[in-house]
Ligand binder design. Structure first.
Ligand SMILES: NC(=O)c1ccc[n+]([C@@H]2O[C@H](COP(=O)([O-])OP(=O)(O)OC[C@H]3O[C@@H](n4cnc5c(N)ncnc54)[C@H](OP(=O)(O)O)[C@@H]3O)[C@@H](O)[C@H]2O)c1
Length: 292
């Protein structure tokens, strides 16, 4: 089985590069070898490599910058995945793609299911929703995993920022009214690999049977304030921390170019029922990752 991984330097892509290695022949590529903003680049790579399964971990993920670069964000997140899906369908390959809790407006007040109506409130969310639709409309064999608040210690993210602030500031104010499910990139990659491994005897048949959109995120939910407090408690360089106080704040106190949904936790029961796997609770993976 030949697996093509796109975006192997990203948070999830880096972890996928390790976990997919054992499943078959892995070809892993990143920009500029493939440019997801350029349909010709996507077509020529897929036609050259002819994979059985494509795992797309590429994305334009800078939520604030996307507000001023909507065309580029749409090309990478909205249009590129549709081209990938077309090429996968022509080849008879399966496509695994990731999306985001930011397709929702955050007003529901309880975890979102796949049946809930998306209503993005920022450019990033709009472009990711366009990507989901483009993949679905092609009608090939696809799995889309919508996830949330992805972190890894390998690239700048909320966790690495909090650890950095903890060493440089005396007081931290972190928003307590944004709630979702922190997801360690490693667990997302491992779940993806397990899905592929489950269908090893007939990979494409298995993916076709499980085809669809799934919510897949760390178990439970918390506010960014609760998350930050736990990151600091677990941080392995606690003796270097200068922070004396961490205080809850409101999103409106920190204006950003992009608006963010306030409550975007995901209900992952469809994935759990269909694939028979559950991601661990966010607290447990934070222990493993930050305490590492
Ligand atoms: N990060 C989150 O909090 C979050 C939350 C919900 C959902 N997601 C979704 O989860 C998936 C993985 O996200 P992540 O956090 O792992 O993202 P990431 O760390 O930002 O990695 C994105 C990857 O895409 C690559 N890339 C960017 N522009 C490209 C282009 N034009 N052509 C080819 N590759 C390009 C990047 O390459 P470079 O290394 O060259 O930049 C990088 O390898 C994405 O679908 C994302 O939307 C993420």
């Amino acid at each position: 089985m030949k697996i093509l991984l796109l975006g192997n330097t990203g948070q999830v892509g880096w972890e996928l590069n390790r976990t997919l290695l054992t499943l078959g022949e892995l070809v892993a590529l990143d920009y500029p070898r493939i440019d997801m903003a350029d349909p010709n680049s996507i077509r020529s790579i897929i036609r050259e490599i002819k994979p059985h399964i494509i795992v797309n971990a590429t994305a334009y993920t800078d939520v604030d910058k996307a507000e001023s670069e909507p065309k580029l964000a749409m090309a990478i997140n909205g249009i590129g995945p549709g081209i990938l899906a077309q090429e996968a369908k022509k080849l008879g390959a399966g496509l695994i793609h990731y999306s985001t809790d930011y397709v929702f407006d955050g007003t529901k007040g309880s975890p979102y299911t796949e049946e809930d109506q998306p209503n993005p409130i920022n450019v990033y969310g709009e472009t990711k929703l366009a990507g989901e639709k483009a993949v679905q409309e092609v009608g090939g064999t696809y799995l889309i995993f919508r996830t949330s608040w992805v972190y890894s210690l390998r690239r700048p993210c909320f966790v690495t920022k909090v650890l950095e602030w903890a060493k440089t500031k005396k007081e931290l104010r972190i928003v307590d009214d944004q709630i979702s499910s922190p997801t360690w990139a490693r667990t997302l990659a491992e779940a993806t690999a397990q899905v592929i491994a489950q269908g090893r005897s007939d990979p494409l048949g298995y993916l076709a049977q499980k085809k669809g959109l799934y919510h897949l995120a760390g178990g439970g939910s918390c506010s960014r304030y609760e998350w930050a407090k736990m990151i600091m408690e677990l941080g392995s360089h606690r003796h270097e921390q200068t922070v004396k106080e961490i205080l809850p704040a409101l999103t409106i106190d920190f204006p950003t170019p992009a608006q963010r949904p306030l409550f975007s936790a995901l209900d992952c029961s469809r994935f759990e029922r269909t694939i028979n796997l559950t991601l661990p609770r966010w607290q447990d993976t934070l222990h493993l990752s930050v305490g590492e």
